[in-house]
Write a protein that binds this ligand. Sequence first.
Ligand code: SAM
Length: 286
Amino acid sequence: MVSSTTRRKRPIPLSRTRPPTARANHAALSSKATRNLIRSHHRLLKARAQALQAGDEILASEIDAQIRENGGLESYQLASKLGQSLDRGGDSSKALVDWVASRLRPLETTPYKLRVLEIGALSTKNACSMNRYLDVTRIDLNSQEPGILRQDFMERPLPKSEDDKFHVISLSLVLNYVADAAGRGEMLKRCVSFLTNSSPPGSSIAIIPSLFLVLPVACVTNSRYLTAGRLEDIMFSMGFVLSKSKQTSKLIFQLWDHNGDYKPKVFKKDAMNPGKTRNNFAIVVK
Ligand SMILES: C[S@@+](CC[C@H](N)C(=O)[O-])C[C@H]1O[C@@H](n2cnc3c(N)ncnc32)[C@H](O)[C@@H]1O
């Protein structure tokens, strides 16, 4: 367990900002065990971020050891992959493909594709990767397959040209992985820098740049600090307009179109929805 004794504070070395990976135990997991593993990983990441923020390196190391003991990021990814299997709710990128289908129609008689950046990619064979009109660049903190680049999106070099940008960004169950509220705001802002409405080179196809966002439903419906309205205000300030949305008992799926009107405002961690049974999920924009 993480102890709360007073500890010496030291500055956070850059190498300490990532959670540890470890070899996963590939034994079959029940859906309850899968959920528990995911929850416990998120809890430990949050505790770790808080320890680092407080400059408590020793506590952060202890939490790292606990994360490793639980199988690390690899086990978490395995649990997430199980969650994507058909009997556990399926592949979330199907919703993305359905929603952009009408936008892909003009590409059918052309050799062009839309460029997609899939952040937090666990598979090269999900619905968006299998769509022939989408050219998917996949990144993850811990790559599970050769077609997935091991990269932290927050450290991906900023685009130097339009060709380095994307028409669609997928952030499916990634924003809630980020352990601190301000980091989530930064991630959303950074997405804007990677979106473009420029047609694929050589074509004149009209493009609506968009962000596919998937979150656990409780992050939006049962948080003290985030409501659907607050999320819309944050996204709107960054130039996003909600184009599609659907909710299941576990997840909320949204497609946000970018209108180019980026005017970020400050959003603090305001208690909008107090209540004992609510969670603390928040997005802070500085
Ligand atoms: C719950 S899994 C989601 C996987 C998949 N997108 C889905 O919808 O099931 C979250 C993944 O996001 C990755 N991730 C989190 N933050 C990231 C970042 N800053 N850059 C790249 N990948 C990130 C994690 O490594 C993890 O594999």
